[in-house]
Ligand binder design. Sequence first.
Ligand code: ZN
Ligand code: ZN
Ligand code: ZN
Length: 455
Amino acid sequence: MKCIFTMLIAALLLSGCSKDSDALYEGEQQNKLPSETSQPETAGRSIGSKVMMQAFYWDVPAGGTWWNTVSGKVPSWASAGIDAIWLPPATKAQNGPFSMGYDPFDYYDFGSYNQMGSTETRFGSLSEIQSLISTAHNNDLSVIADIVINHNSGGASQYNPFTSGSTYTDFQPASGLFTRSYYDFHPNDVHAYDSGSFGGFPDLCHDKVYVQNWLYNNSNSIAKYYKNVMGFDGWRFDYVKGFEPWVVKNFKNAAGGFAVGEYWDGNAATLDWWTGQAEASAFDFACYYKMRDAFGNNDLTQLNGDMLLKRNSYRAVTFVANHDTDEIYNNKLLAYAYILTHEGYPCVFYRDYEEWLDKNKLNNLIWIHNNKASGGTSYLYADNDEYVARRNGSPGLIVYINISNSWQERWVDTNWSNTVIKDFTGNSGWEPTTQGDSWVKIQAPPNSYTVWSVK
Ligand code: ZN
Ligand code: ZN
Ligand code: ZN
């Protein structure tokens, strides 16, 4: 998606064969597009109370196997305490079998039309993603679709009266659905631009009623089709700085379900503002950068800094790494100990869970999150190499993070008096009894963490 040059080449190739694509659509629509069946079963599923899994990374293996790979992981993730999986953009993009999906072309081609160099997407076929979604649902996991609607890619060249030149804005997808022309992109007869564009890609105009109809108003709109036909339960919006927040609000209201935006900004106040405008959650980039500074610069007081999770925990999706950014190198597991014991909806990155970190330790932290991490937060102590916080719910917990090279001990005030507590991580063998005034001495090993709660 990074290269405009490949976009131009593909656009040239496509311009010669768009008529064939139309013919394909006429004859084969019945077989290529799934039809709406019954309303998806939603009982037993919820998003946001447990832990999300980002079920991909940049450049997962190509060849149409990824949906099956994820499907195979679903039962173990469900039993570990995951409640939703976030999939990459799932429809045909300009770079066809090589694309990670962020150069969207045909929003209705989940791997069933031969266009852009292949029938399957990089991740698999229509039937494979349908099977993945039903496997997830059978395991009480929700499925979050990655929605890329700031920009499009792969249109054919056409004369554009608004630029007095040619632009790659002639979109004739093989599904026959949501065809687009220069009227639907900037500049056009409405205005010259919106709040942002991405890398020179044709920038979709959300003020066009035609675009609004296809994104969320029509019964066959992307929002309703993904929800009612494909069975997606929630939405992750890519690059939401590129359009106004009401677009996310309208999309979410049309389809229902959980929504989170990628507003890539470390300013907690700005994130808070955006979540209010969009009526959606946001990835907590403020928390992410505070953790990077805390663990990277040996300054755990940063963990007391301004974050979305502290301004509005209900709207904060916390994370340690994602497909775009992975800057927390030192003590990464300790960063997971932070997000999985604090407020917000934590998202675990696939590679950290499956490849890079200790899966047993992550499973333990996920269990702690789902069983002990409730209530508001009291910040008990922070300095360069120690951080202690308490969750005040029932039962609640105390987390102790230590990035020094020696064991540390500290007296803290707990939620419990005259009660035996223990470290549920197993990193410490202690089982101390709190005093009548609820104070107790706890400890944490070097470059490690402990999480204390009632037995
Ligand atoms: Zn516009
Ligand atoms: Zn991104
Ligand atoms: Zn834009």
